[in-house]
Design a protein around this ligand. Sequence first.
Ligand code: FBP
Length: 549
Amino acid sequence: MTKSALQIARASYVPKMPEGLKGNVDIREGAATQSVLDQEEIQKLFPNTYGMPVVQFIQAAGEPGVSEPVNVGVILSGGQAPGGHNVIAGIFDGIKRLHSDSKLYGFILGPDGLVKHTYKELTADIIDEYRNTGGFDIIGSGRTKLETKEQFDKGLEILKKLDIKALVIIGGDDSNTNACVLAEYYASINAGVQVIGCPKTIDGDLKNEQIETSFGFDTACKVYSELIGNIQRDCNSARKYWHFIKVMGRSASHIALECALQTQPNICLISEEVAAKEQSLDDIIDYIAGVITQRAEKGLNFGTVIIPEGLIEFIPAMKKLIHELNDFLAHNQEEFNLVRRSGQRDYIISKLSKENADIYASLPETVARQLTLDRDPHGNVQVSLIETEKLLAEMVKKRLDAWTKEGRYKGKFSSITHFFGYEGRCAAPSNYDTDYCYSLGYTASMLIAAGKTGYMSSVRNTTAPAAEWIAGGVPITMMMNMERRHGEMKPVIQKALVELNGAPFKYFESQRDQWAVETDYVYPGPIQYFGPTEVCDQPSKTLQLEQKG
Ligand code: FBP
């Protein structure tokens, strides 16, 4: 591997760790826990792993160590997130410290590797190549869901063959839900394999009282915020474009909100607010066009709009339209395929209910086509492929043209669209993610040594200096509730959406009218890996506001 100068210099960075993990550890167990909701059902489904206490590691005298080697398997599951390699490095260092003959095996390309028995031993020289780097390329990741008994049994064969005592699953809410189901199953058959989860996803929607943030969120947001800041400076220099910038986050708007807090754009939409206020696409267009008009009156024909990736599904009317389209095309795909391309739009309009047909007819051609053509293997519209940023830019243009005719708008409007997603998922982790991930991994190895299963590795108090961070574990069942998935009630980890009463949104709300009309941009610049701590070690604004409020 040819390395960049940064990679070479960064390899020798030593992640900062909680004081409590530095030497030998004692475990402090709290009281029995309950799931967030639906306690009876969850308890029934997880008789072996329900109700366990939250645990915390505290410093103890002596050196950590166990009498037998601790072999561990690790899986990276789902979308990439900066810091994954450091979770693995933390696990490796942890189990080696426990016993120098311990081995770490990585399953290749996600959960598939466990089921198909594709793996590699992660030796010290491999781990050293990947310390403090972005990406998941050390073993690759995948989106196969680990959920059937056949998969669990197949996995157990290879775990037994490699004498693996514990499996660490690094993933988002769904992967950790499945980790918990797996932990329960292995416990129920006395398989002798523990399962530990680690909270990953740039989307930031795997968090709760015990899990402050999912790793990768910090770095990804810093990358997008750098880019947004650069665009804002360009925009404020040329003063002729409105930039419509969509940022990743399949469902929750945490990334959009964090980027807004970091860069102070003229507009940032928050899907959760759109849903709560039952706003229509029309309301959103009106709002954006309104701000553009206000700025035009001050001679400011430029600006920035941040759009969360999941927006479209949070607009109640669009959600209904998508449902009807899914249903209709599921039953009439063949007939639809026979309609000439030029007639497909009218065909769909003629088949939908009046309410949905009107919305569909108002959509730009490209988006209307994306809604009917790009479908996933389950027949659902692939919402993430819908170019919401283009949809909004086009519809705003139309609205402004109409307002120009009415004499309501006298500005000049020219737009440029962007989508920032993949740019941030494998960035070199910020100091925060580098340290946080290493601690999460190291903590996972301590949970294994303590014989825990069905736990998620947890590191808290992370707005304080790393030495004061609190490491421990949270029973995954504690985060669960019952939700309808594919027509069936299932136990799942509750997804954390943006809370409209939470401090980050409240702060944004208090500032956004001013940011809309003033040009009060902030330019965060690139992530800094070396330099003063206030530049290099800042946690996300979201976390800072959450922990303050
Ligand atoms: P995870 O929840 O698995 O971490 O993935 C999140 C994400 O990065 C979303 O922000 C985005 O919508 C999605 O993955 C893209 O998925 P893919 O990598 O399959 O294109």
